[in-house]
Design a protein. Structure first.
Length: 456
């Protein structure tokens, strides 16, 4: 794929977080970018403001005839009208992962994979490098608060950083110099069938690392070793003995400080401005990868200590006496456990209400017991309907099925509008919105609602 020869590109599902980063990259490269998405969002509005042409109806007549390349996301159903038209007309059609692979193959790439934590680690690593002398271009799986974007551009740098998505085996299109694996818990079993096949796919991903490159894996994550000869493997950990590990961990005013032991030296006084032990772990991964890339202790310290976080990743939206509101993308039982557990550790005496929107029927079915266990950590549970994304309903799989197995006595089912109405009548002590569907549409409305309300 010769990116330089492209003039007009079309994105099916342009509003997705990974798709929009690629659209921004091609737009900045001077290509004419058009696209379709199901729903207008703040992100699609930003893309339009940047000069891209987007529509929100299934309209084949709005696909430019001179389109050189069509990029699509697997979330687009095969029977979608525009997709069928594109196939019938013989447009050159590639998945998002193919385009990302073609772009990243032009640089020295660092890829961050994992069923949890990869977006924060990718963004934090990118911020360290982007702020450092070397710089980088980065494709992020979330909106970096430091830049209000999911794309960082530095064409002069030799480095690219990319989030490596295991869904649909997309990360197998990447051939990195350095790879990070944060976790490999069972997920996407609709794609993989079972956990072992997922682990095998992670092993296939590591086999793509260039000779002379690096593999950085969280201590305790066990995947088959398929790396090439000449690839050096390192481990990292927040507590266990590892090549990179936290030392002198201390908590001050709700924020953790630590020193990072590397194979050669100790980098002192790292203070990620994000709460929770899991963000210390994310910081260790990002700082370790940056060290392997040649960043100095000063550059790593500056990057970690000035990182503002990622929208929808333990995203503190309101913090005032009597009311705390955090929005989080957590959509897997382990992610819920980490988020809720961190809030509980920081505020052990306070009452936590969580609004959770399950994502996908298959994930809800496959991990029903884990979801019920994690959500039972809340003092009050408000469950929304399952967000189907690309899936059709599965008989017997519903939010009601989850609700009956949650042990928290104070629990209920709600629609999004009913949840807002409920919040208008009362003020929770701590409120969490959780999920990967369209629950993010509630965030601005909740902020407006509580900007007008007095805290008890």
């Amino acid at each position: 794929m010769d990116i330089g020869k492209l003039k007009v590109v079309y994105f099916l599902g342009i509003g997705g977080i990974g798709m929009s980063a690629l659209a921004r990259y091609l737009n900045k490269a001077g290509k004419m970018v058009h696209g379709y998405d199901k729903t207008p969002t703040l992100l699609t509005a930003e893309l339009e403001a940047e000069g891209m042409t987007i529509h929100y109806e299934d309209r084949t007549d709005l696909i430019p005839e001179e389109t050189d390349l069509v990029i699509y996301t697997p979330a687009i159903p095969a029977n979608f009208g525009e997709f069928r038209y594109i196939v019938e007309k013989g447009f050159t059609l590639v998945k998002r992962s193919e385009l990302l692979g073609a772009i990243t193959n032009t640089k020295t790439t660092m890829a961050v994979a994992g069923t949890h934590g990869k977006t924060t680690v990718t963004t934090m690593l990118s911020h360290i490098l982007y702020s450092a002398k070397e710089g980088c271009t980065s494709f992020l799986g979330g909106i970096a608060k430091n830049y209000n974007s999911n794309l960082l551009l530095n064409p002069e740098s030799r480095f690219m950083v990319a989030e490596a998505d295991e869904f649909d085996r997309s990360f197998l299109r990447l051939f990195p110099w350095l790879a990070v694996i944060t976790s490999a818990d069972a997920d996407h079993l609709d794609i993989y069938g079972d956990h072992q096949q997922l682990l095998d796919s992670f092993a296939d991903f590591t086999s793509n690392i260039h000779e002379g490159g690096f593999l950085l894996v969280k201590k305790g994550v066990e995947i088959p070793d398929q790396t090439k000869s000449g690839v050096t493997r390192f481990s990292y950990s927040i507590a266990d003995q590892a090549d990179f590990m936290a030392e002198n961990l201390r908590l001050t005013d709700g924020i953790y400080n630590f020193d990072l032991k590397t194979p050669v030296k100790t980098i002192m006084d790292l203070k990620p401005g994000l709460p929770g032990l899991f963000n210390v772990e994310n910081s260790i991964a990002a700082a370790s990868a940056a060290w392997l890339a040649g960043c100095s202790a000063e550059e790593i310290r500056f990057g970690i200590n000035t990182f503002e976080g990622v929208k929808r990743r333990f995203d503190l939206r309101i913090n005032r006496p009597g009311f705390l509101y955090i929005d989080d993308y957590a959509h897997h039982p382990e992610e819920l456990k980490a988020c809720i557990g961190s809030v509980r550790a920081l505020y052990p005496e306070r009452h936590i209400t969580g609004i959770f929107q399950p994502h996908l029927y298959t994930r809800t079915r496959d991990f029903a017991e884990g979801f019920a266990s994690s959500l039972s950590m809340l003092d009050r549970v408000i469950l929304l309907d399952i967000y189907p994304a690309r899936e059709l309903p599965i008989e017997g799989v519903s939010s009601a099925m989850l609700l009956k197995n949650i042990t928290t006595p104070d629990k209920q089912l709600c629609t999004k509008s009913e949840a807002l109405e409920l919040l208008s009548r009362e003020t929770p002590d701590i409120l969490l919105t959780l999920g990967a569907g369209d629950i993010d549409q509630l965030v601005a409305e909740i902020e407006v609602l509580f900007s007008k309300k007095e805290t008890k």
